[in-house]
Design a protein around this ligand. Sequence first.
Ligand SMILES: *Cc1c(COP(=O)(O)O)cnc(C)c1O
Length: 436
Amino acid sequence: MRASPVWHPFTQHAINPESILIDRAQGAYLYARNKDQGEAGQERQIIDAISSWWVITHGHCHPHIVKSVREQAAKLDQVIFAGFTHELAEKLATRMTALTAKSFGTPYDHAFFSDSGSTSVEVALKMAIGYWAHTSQSRSKIIALEDGYHGDTFGAMSVGSRSHYNAIYEPYLFEVEHLPVPESGKESRTLELLETYLNAHKNDVAAFIFEPLILGAGGMRTYSPQALKAMTELCRKHEVLLIADEVMTGFGRTGTMFACEQAGIMPDIMCLSKGITAGFLPMGLTLCSHDIFKAYYHKDRSKMFFHSSSFTGNALSCAAANASLDVWENEPVLKNVQTISASHKAITPKFAQHKNICNIRQAGTIIALDIMADKDGGADYLSNLQPRLYALALERNVLLRPLGNTLYVLPPYCVSNDDLKEIYATIERLAEQAAA
Ligand SMILES: *Cc1c(COP(=O)(O)O)cnc(C)c1O
């Protein structure tokens, strides 16, 4: 019997009984300690090449965020958010208005707080469905992308990919029209399918939800800003609401503050989470246009937005988010983002030469590639590739968490050039070892 009562996410405890104990973190590094040696144990420094599941932006334990959260903790921890408000939530929502105005030319006038990426998506879907219910026409259909990932709650699973991850829950998921990802060369097929669907269901499509430019958990699959723009223009023609899930892409990941900027589109609803507090504390934020808010704004109490989570607008999370925006304003964050993007671009030809590497793609600070599995190895070899790559990278003290045979780098923006070099060298080594 295992010693720990903790049931970890996405973990098969029968195969992986041991988790690495992390003591502290700083910048781009995690520090592990040998459990058996106690305080006297040797520290092990691990490069966090995936930003601790995509949440860390400025680096772990940024001093300004630590200070802000510490001060807030002594002042106000948490307050009910219906009938009450607090300064840091007001300030954050106002700053998000200004930030989105800068990105899109027009601000999002309304911000709904929750506590994770999944809840920001649930809120967005409920907002959109309610919008139609409260205006003249009721619309029932939702469109999403195949292989999308929007979280692990039931609504988020419904709009996400129907893969083996949620096969046993499939009977409980609601119906969604899934379109193939408009990857390079496949754009026209997706656009045709979308147009056919929209024509066949005139005035009945409520919303289109998508991860802009890159599908994260679905395998870091990219598509062009032009394809995104073309899909959204078709939707606009049919007055379909646009929901951008920028939970992973928001806050600089793809090279711009928000990925949608690159397509020159402003969705009606935008979901944010991971990077909003710089990865310091949980928060979900769903931004929406005035038209959405207006549909609920009524003397009739039954038209209010019936949604909340206990920690809505948590004061410490708001302190972290405001402090993160300070860092964006006071430090050359976007320049670091560009440096990382340029570095990824520069290593691409070298990766491309490697005989076991294929399908290299990039979206700003994210670079992804596939390791070609040994053809003679068979299926067994393939299913063992992911854990092997993961373990081999960790042996070199680099945290990479492959998606199947896809390796990707998604670093904190404070990552050094030397660390990037070490990460790239690790990937090349893994490509060699994978074939062995
Ligand atoms: C991670 C992720 C989510 C879910 O966020 P959680 O905070 O894990 O609930 C939703 N959408 C996208 C695009 C994500 O990457």
